[in-house]
Design a protein around this ligand. Structure first.
Ligand code: PEP
Ligand code: MN
Length: 458
C-alpha cells in the first residue's frame, strides 16, 4: 500500500515542489546580492531539521479533531518575533499566558485544546507598502528581523540574507526552551490554575470570572481526591507555527521524511499562508501544496466561496483530516456578513476543514499618534460574530488565532486595565502589529470560555 501511495502521489508532489520557483512569489525581499542568498540557502540545507515529521503528523491528527468538532485550537504569539526579544523571560511569559488561556478554554469548551505558538520562526512580515516614509524620507519597509532591521536608517533597512541563519538559530534556541518549559514542570496544570486564581483575585474588575475559576478548582480537587494524576496534568504538547512567507528559507528547510519519503517543511509544525500571498496561482500556495505538514490559510473579507473551494482542492486533494485549517480574519463589522457563505459552501462541498477565528487583523486602525492599535471590544465582538455564524450553520467554531504577549505592553486599547489612546506610548513594544497583553489575553480567554460554556450547557 505504502509503495502504491508513493508511485501515485510522491512524484506529483516532488514536481510540485520543483515548480515553486516558476510561480510569481509576492512579498519577497529585494536581496541585493543573489550570490549571498545562494550561500545562505546552501548552508541552511545542511542544518538539522527544527521539527520532526512525526510531530507534524501528530498535530495534523489533532487538527483533524478540531475540524470534526472534537477539539479547539489556541494559536497565538507575537505578530513579529525579534532576535532581541527572544529572551528566556519573554518566551516563558508567552508560553505561560497561552497555557493559562488553554486551561480556561478547556473548561469552557469541554474538549481538548490544541496549543500552537506563533513562535520559533515568526520573523518575516508581509507589508502593504514596499517603502516607508517618515518626515519626507523614504526607506524600504521593515519586513521582519528575517530580512532587515527595524531602525529607520538606510543601512538597517537593507535586506541581508545572512539574517536567515540567525532566524534558524534563534528558532532552534526558542524551540528548545519551549520544549523544556512544556515538558519540564512549567506546564503543571495545578500551577497554571494557581496563576489563573492570581489573575482573578488580583483585580476587582476580574471578579466576574471568579465563579469559573472556582469551578475549575473544584474539578481539580475532585480529581485529586479520586487519585487521578495523569501525565497530561504535568506536561503539554505544544506546537510551533509561523507564516510561510520567505520561500528561500522555507524551501531550504523542506526535507524528505525518511519514514514516508514525503516532503515536510521542518521549520515549524504548522505553517500558514497569509491574506496577501494566498493567490491560487502564486508560489506560496504552490509551496504549501507540496509539503505534508498541516497548513492554514488566512481568509479576509474579499474571499469568495469559489476561492475557498479551490484552496481545498489545491491544498487538500486527498481530503486528509487536519491537513487544512481556514483562519477567518474578517473584522468585527464584516464577519457576520462575509463568513456565512464561505462556511456554507465549504460544508455543502462535503470537505472537512478546521475553522479558526483571527479577531486581530481585520480590526487594526491608526491611533491619532500614528501607532497601529486594536480595540479589545472589537476583538471580542469578532469572536462573538464568528461563534454566531457557526452556531447558525450548525458548524464548529474551531479555535482562535491571536496576536498576544505575556508582557505588560500597552498596544491594544481597552480591557479591564482601561488602556486609552494616551497610554499607548507607555509600553508600545511590538515590531509590527499591536498585541493583547497578558491581562487582556486572560480576560479574552475567560470571555470566550463563557461563550463556549453557554453553548455546551444547552
Ligand atoms: C499576520 O498574521 O501577522 C498577518 C500578516 O496576517 P494576515 O495575513 O491575515 O494579514
Ligand atoms: Mn500581524
Amino acid at each position: 500500500m505504502r509503495s502504491r501511495l508513493r508511485t501515485h502521489f510522491l512524484r506529483p508532489l516532488r514536481r510540485t515542489l520543483g515548480r515553486v520557483t516558476d510561480r510569481p512569489a509576492a512579498q519577497q525581499p529585494d536581496w541585493p546580492d543573489a550570490a549571498v542568498v545562494a550561500e545562505v540557502v546552501s548552508e541552511l540545507r545542511t542544518l538539522p531539521p527544527l521539527v520532526f515529521a512525526g510531530e507534524c503528523d501528530a498535530l495534523k491528527e489533532r487538527l483533524g479533531a478540531v475540524a470534526r468538532g472534537e477539539a479547539f485550537l489556541l494559536q497565538g504569539g507575537d505578530c513579529a518575533e525579534t532576535f532581541a526579544a527572544s529572551t528566556a523571560d519573554g518566551i516563558r511569559n508567552t508560553i505561560k499566558t497561552l497555557l493559562q488561556m488553554a486551561v480556561v478554554l478547556t473548561y469552557g469548551a469541554r474538549v481538548p485544546v490544541v496549543k500552537v505558538g506563533r513562535i520559533a520562526g515568526q520573523f518575516a512580515k508581509p507589508r502593504s507598502s514596499g517603502m516607508e516614509t517618515r518626515d519626507g524620507v523614504s526607506l524600504p519597509s521593515y519586513r521582519g528581523d528575517a530580512v532587515n532591521g527595524f531602525d529607520f536608517t538606510p543601512e538597517s533597512r537593507i535586506p541581508d540574507p545572512r539574517r536567515l541563519l540567525r532566524v534558524y538559530n534563534t528558532s532552534a534556541a526558542t524551540l528548545n526552551l519551549v520544549r523544556a518549559f512544556t515538558q519540564g514542570g512549567l506546564a503543571d496544570l495545578r500551577q497554571v490554575h494557581a496563576w489563573n486564581q492570581g489573575f482573578v483575585r488580583g483585580n476587582g474588575a476580574h471578579q466576574r470570572y471568579e465563579a469559573m475559576a472556582r469551578d475549575i478548582d473544584r474539578a481539580l480537587a475532585f480529581m485529586h481526591a479520586c487519585g487521578v494524576d495523569p501525565e497530561a496534568f504535568r506536561t503539554v504538547d505544544f506546537y510551533s507555527s509561523h507564516e510561510a512567507l520567505l520561500l528561500d528559507y522555507e524551501r531550504a528547510l523542506t526535507r524528505t521524511d525518511s519514514r514516508t519519503g514525503l516532503p515536510y517543511d521542518t521549520s515549524a509544525h504548522l505553517v500558514w499562508v497569509g491574506e496577501r500571498t494566498r493567490d491560487l496561482d502564486g508560489a506560496h500556495i504552490e509551496f504549501a501544496a507540496g509539503i505534508s505538514n498541516p497548513v492554514a490559510v488566512k481568509l479576509g473579507p474579499t474571499t469568495t466561496p469559489d476561492e475557498a473551494l479551490a484552496l481545498i482542492e489545491r491544498l487538500n486533494p486527498l481530503r486528509e483530516p487536519g491537513r487544512l485549517t481556514f483562519v477567518s480574519r474578517m473584522g468585527s463589522t464584516k464577519v457576520r456578513d462575509a463568513l456565512p457563505a464561505l462556511v456554507d459552501k465549504v460544508t455543502a462541498s462535503g470537505a472537512l476543514v478546521g475553522w479558526v477565528c483571527d479577531p486581530m487583523h481585520g480590526n487594526t486602525f491608526e491611533a491619532p499618534d500614528g501607532r497601529k492599535t486594536r480595540r479589545f471590544d472589537d476583538v471580542i465582538d469578532e469572536v462573538l460574530g464568528f461563534f454566531e455564524v457557526h452556531r447558525a450553520l450548525g458548524t464548529h467554531p474551531g479555535g482562535l488565532h491571536m496576536e498576544l504577549t505575556g508582557d505588560d505592553v500597552t498596544e491594544c486599547l481597552g480591557g479591564s486595565g482601561g488602556i486609552g489612546e494616551s497610554d499607548l506610548p507607555i509600553r508600545y513594544q511590538t515590531a509590527c502589529d499591536p498585541r493583547l497583553n497578558h491581562q487582556q489575553s486572560l480576560e479574552l480567554a475567560f470571555l470566550v470560555a463563557e461563550m463556549l460554556a453557554s453553548h455546551s450547557d444547552q
